[in-house]
Ligand binder design. Structure first.
Ligand code: MN
Length: 437
């Protein structure tokens, strides 16, 4: 058994739902998360497979999954992640064997099997990791160019530092929430164009940022940078990330230290962490970097992944969601390895469970932009959305920014030959702002 066997596109599971070509969680994926259910309300470690969640704590207790450390009957992945990459790979290979269609060990162990397989539809998914720190980058050239064109100068859209390093800021880890958690529209200082002083009010330009995030699997000591060529070995896996943004609050507050309240009210992530081992077949080259970066940011080979991304909006009360944009992770100019090398070049330490956001991922076309700010050009060109089937009954809705009751959903899929590695979704509904006195 080696890792390549776990990624064989022909591999099938005796959990038949995992064999469907349009299933996000085939036996080649095996993403990790935290779940609970009515039978056992204690959150614990699970792996998504087809329409089931595999309860790793049950399999370990039964002696079917062998690992010395009792890390699965826990409400967070951190202790498992901290065991390191050999342990992640060992568990991946054991699970791939146990669920392979011809393997009888668990398939024929009726009693354990009944306890270990939980229907996903009946489970509650929790935040998969305790997140000590959250950093958000700004690594899409298309996104940075659009924003620079909008607010500064289309001829000099990128600031001089942008092509030299992955720009980032330290975000707020305390407000990272799992998919399904409602997001309340923030109040904040708004500087209205016809008034000299700001007012306190509900955000009027609430926006999404279509991003992915990676989870630190092995930290580094304070003062000891991670080299760019070593960086991927420090990454446990990836999630979808919606970096909610209050554009009007942001525009007034961001000079000179960057976003603060405009971003800190909520960040949503998907519940399943897809490992880099599962993503390996979808590795592709990153965009050509010109000028060539400084030596500490140079890495040979391919360091991007072909992950198709989509964002959908479902208005309150509507039967269907509308697609707002489709793009791909591979467009990102700076790679995850470069982000991590740059983050730690100062000696900054990272810790197991730290979350690193990619920055808004925009593609080259107007329908591949990862924010409403860009899709509507700061509200100047509202989107006309016709949700559902293209028939007369479908209602047309207009959007400049997000309205109360809207549900926003991001999805991500690596499309293979006859199967796919999916991320599931990150979704949230917007609640009205807290009333002000
Ligand atoms: Mn962001």
């Amino acid at each position: 058994m080696n890792l390549d066997v776990t990624r064989d596109p022909q591999r099938k599971s005796w959990i038949l739902a995992a064999n469907h070509a349009n299933c996000d969680f085939p036996i080649q994926n095996l993403p990790f998360g935290i779940f609970s259910d009515a039978a056992n309300p204690s959150p614990r470690v699970g792996v998504a497979l087809g329409d089931r969640i595999v309860d790793l704590s049950v399999l370990q207790q039964a002696g079917i999954l062998t690992l010395a450390q009792p890390v699965f009957a826990q409400p967070r992945l951190n202790d498992f992640i901290a065991l390191g990459r050999p342990a992640w790979r060992e568990i991946r290979m054991q699970l791939s064997t146990l669920f392979e269609i011809a393997d009888p060990v668990l398939r024929d162990a009726t009693e354990v099997r009944r306890r270990a397989l939980v229907p996903m539809a009946a489970a509650t998914l929790h935040l998969p990791v305790e997140i000590p720190g959250y950093t958000d980058f700004y690594s899409s050239k298309e996104h940075a160019t659009n924003v620079g064109s909008m607010f500064r100068d289309p001829k000099n859209a990128l600031l001089p530092n942008w092509l030299e390093m992955p720009i980032g800021y330290n975000g707020r880890a305390s407000s990272v929430v799992v998919s399904g958690t409602p997001v309340r529209r923030p109040n904040g200082q708004l500087k209205l164009p016809d008034q000299e002083r700001p007012v306190l009010g509900a955000c009027r330009k609430l926006d999404i940022e279509l991003e992915t995030g990676f989870i630190i699997g092995q930290g580094n000591r304070l003062g000891e940078p991670i080299k760019v060529e070593d960086a991927e070995a420090h990454i446990f896996g990836m999630v979808l990330l919606n970096d909610w943004s209050a554009r009007d609050i942001q525009q007034w507050e961001y000079v000179p230290l960057g976003p603060f309240n405009a971003k800190s009210f909520a960040t949503s992530i998907s519940p399943w962490v897809v490992t880099l081992d599962a993503l390996e077949p979808f590795r592709v080259g990153q965009p050509v970097q010109q000028p060539q970066p400084l030596a500490y940011l140079r890495h040979a080979g391919a360091h991007a992944f072909d992950i198709g991304l989509e964002v959908r909006l479902q208005p309150a009360g509507a039967a269907h969601a509308c697609t707002l944009a489709r793009t791909n992770f591979r467009h990102l100019y700076w790679t995850m390895a470069q982000q991590l090398a740059h983050h730690t070049v100062s000696g900054c330490n990272t810790r197991v469970g730290d979350l690193m956001g990619s920055g808004t991922i925009s593609g080259p076309h107007a329908d591949s932009f990862g924010s409403l700010l860009e899709l509507t050009w700061n509200g100047q060109r509202p989107l006309q959305l016709k949700c559902g089937e293209a028939d007369a009954a479908a209602e047309t809705t207009s959007r400049s920014f997000i309205e109360d009751g809207d549900t926003l959903t991001l999805t991500g899929v690596c499309q293979g030959d006859g199967y796919r590695i999916g991320f599931g979704a990150v979704s949230a509904t917007i609640l009205p702002a807290h009333p002000l006195d």
